[in-house]
Write a protein that binds this ligand. Structure first.
Ligand SMILES: [Zn+2]
Length: 289
């Protein structure tokens, strides 16, 4: 997961104050005082998906995967329907069309998160919006305002939180928690499921290691010139770590961590001192470019 920049005040046009379908949809929420299976067309309209895709570089907010096949979905950070943690709660239906509550998620993260929204201070759970002249007071909906802010949601939101403060990658690519919020987020978003960990991040580290191993093995056997080997190592680092960051491919937060801690993820796996020396030289050349 990585921090993204989203301006909550610049909303897609379809969620603007003068959009007729938006006003109509809010009117239905006002009358029903619950989600009641309203149409999803407004919050998942092409213009909202386009705005979110730009903000997220076409990646899932939670797992950072660019999914193959099934498209990314508009996800409600605070669930719009009955809460998993408290089924007597209507869900935050009044945030169904609130821009600051709409994220972009892959179908796997979306279904795992479902209607979960654990909070730190349970008595602070907001159970109803403020009404003004019989209508939902929209200022109440802004998620950085009280009272939503004082609920202290436990799940990480990449639009608000800096995931680096809460999550870290182990040397084999498993996501570990640095805080209790990190731990709950790993569990609910299932950030170490096979497609992300064993078939994702760990596989990437193993592939980089194997490629380097082959090059370095050739060097040891054939007595190749160290400068040529260093260039080969630089190419591998550039192709397999730097390029995915530049191209904003899946898992960029992980690739950045890999580049920053190349010693921990890769160099430490090679026991020979002469090999470590070559890897360090190549690494320093790449990061000084
Ligand atoms: Zn995901």
């Amino acid at each position: 997961m990585r921090k993204v920049n989203k301006n909550f005040l610049i909303r897609p046009k379809s969620l603007g104050a003068f959009g007729a379908p938006y006003r109509k949809a809010l009117g239905i929420l006002n009358r029903n005082r619950s989600w009641s299976n309203q149409s999803t067309a407004l919050y998942s309209s092409p213009s909202i998906l386009e705005s979110l895709n730009k903000i997220y570089d076409g990646k899932c907010a939670y797992c950072e995967l660019i999914p193959q096949g099934s498209p990314l979905q508009v996800e409600h950070f605070r669930p719009k329907d009955k809460l998993a943690e408290d089924t007597s709660h209507t869900g935050y239906y009044w945030l169904a069309y609130e821009w600051s509550n709409l994220l972009l998620a892959c179908s796997n993260c979306n279904s795992r998160k479902g209607n979960h929204f654990p909070i730190r201070f349970v008595p602070n759970r907001v159970i109803t919006p403020t009404f003004k002249n019989g209508e939902i007071c929209e200022r109440h909906n802004y998620i950085l305002n009280e009272p939503l802010k004082v609920e202290s949601g436990m799940l990480l939101n990449p639009e608000i939180d800096d995931p680096q403060q809460h999550l870290v990658y182990s040397p084999v690519g498993k996501i570990l928690d640095l805080t209790d919020r990190g731990g709950i987020s790993i569990e609910i978003y299932d950030l170490n499921r096979d497609e992300l960990y064993l078939n994702g991040r760990k596989k990437i580290i193993d592939e980089i290691y194997s490629k380097l191993f082959r090059v370095l093995n050739r060097y040891l056997k054939n007595n190749r010139h160290p400068e040529i080997v260093i260039e080969d190592i630089e190419d591998i680092i550039n192709d397999m770590i730097v390029q995915p960051i530049v191209e904003k491919s899946s898992f960029t937060a992980f690739f950045k961590s890999l580049l920053l801690r190349f010693d921990l993820y890769i160099i430490d796996r090679f026991p020979q001192h002469n090999i470590k020396f070559l890897l360090r030289r190549a690494y320093r050349n790449v990061i000084s470019e």
